[in-house]
Design a protein around this ligand. Sequence first.
Ligand code: BG6
Length: 479
Amino acid sequence: HKQLKAFPKDFLWGSASAAYQIEGAYREGGKGLSVWDKFVRIPGKTYEGTNGDVAVDHYHRYQEDVELMAKAGLKAYRFSIAWSRIFPEGNGKVNEEGVKFYDDLINDLIAHNIEPVVTIYHWDLPQALQDAYQGWESRKIIDDFVNYAKTLFEAYGDRVKYWVTLNEQNVFMQHGYLMASHPPAVTDPKRMYAANHIGNLANAAATKYFHEHHFQGKIGASFAYSPNYAVDADPENQLAADNAEQMNAYYWMDVYAYGRYPDVVRQWQIEQGIAPEIKPEDTELLEDPHSRPDFMGLNYYQTNTVQANPLKDGVGLAAENTSGKKGTAQESGIPGAFKSAENEHLQKTDWDWNIDPIGLRIALRRINSRYHLPVLITENGLGAFDTLEADHEIHDDYRIHFLREHVKAIHDAISDGVQVIGYTTWSFTDLLSWLNGYRKRYGFVYVNRDEESEKDLARYPKDSFYWYKQVIATNGEDL
Ligand code: BG6
């Protein structure tokens, strides 16, 4: 068996969340509306019409949640800031009450020796910016995003050492502009790539601002990377897997790390007539050394297996972008490039996601060898049905098993020589799954609510809570 290296002493064992999925209080504290506040009200968009109006009421219960984090021994907590709490209109006047909410949260975390990891953007764009100029489709968002990020750096930069700029740009762009399953619910690849390019410019500009102004700490984006496997050794299928890596992974991560798009994807976009416009000043900004991330944020849930997808006459790009499942449109396939295949070696979750701990080791190694950046694993976890027993216990051995195997994979990757700086699991408490309601649970802490009723929103630690506490206390030795 392989010789294992110890986890680094300062490894950030933690957990994660996102504002819309936990806070609630969607019209309190001076908050403006976000695109999600509006989108969830369109009939048929979310599971049984669930929304985050109350979510798990973290806005009012954050102190109780932080107490529980301290009880679990968390070293880090990743959360996102709701842009519309800081700027109700997206720009203009700052809402001091919103600034204070996160200020209090950050101070409370630090008082409990928990390192705050702050996500600047986790999908809840202020509706005002969508209305004013169509959000990510306008270059106007670049200045507004930098101004928002700068406000956060100035308010919290003395205490926050880890910043995540954008969460899963590949997911919110593809769901938003290809599959129409997230706001603004568009199905148009050309618009998707155009908005995505603007997203890259905003990301680079905020990162550059951070570095040029010498804020302490590290900054990077979190990418949802699902490594692609070929279904077998047929070179056509191997080529399909390479297409999937180029289009679904390098296309985003290369821009973060190197400031350029892969040639193979650029060429394909030009052929399809869907290439984004890249101005000379864009290239300058993207390639500026100050725009480079300090780490690669990795959200890892599963791998994809693909096979060749020969072009049929008259089949356009959007034709197969109809996956109802999680994942991105491009995961289900692009004619001429690749399409999904079953992987007979893997088991699946209750929501049909492949369970593949070795895939995490592969993801870490691929990121390391292509980008040579430290990796912060900003999400990983199991969405499952949990049962609250009469004594308020939750026996989630399936979650413990899932996480244990993934921690082992991280340990292996570290032993392979990959620099991994932390692991913030998804999620700490149960929370709202954007499209799947409240029954798809990820937390170490059960929250007593469901789709039908908010009940009492009481918090109950699950068996996995105590397991993780032990993992942290032994720095990953006792699994
Ligand atoms: C990631 C997101 O895509 O996966 C989270 O960053 C999300 O916000 C998580 O909740 C799990 O996805 P889902 O669809 O099961 O909620």
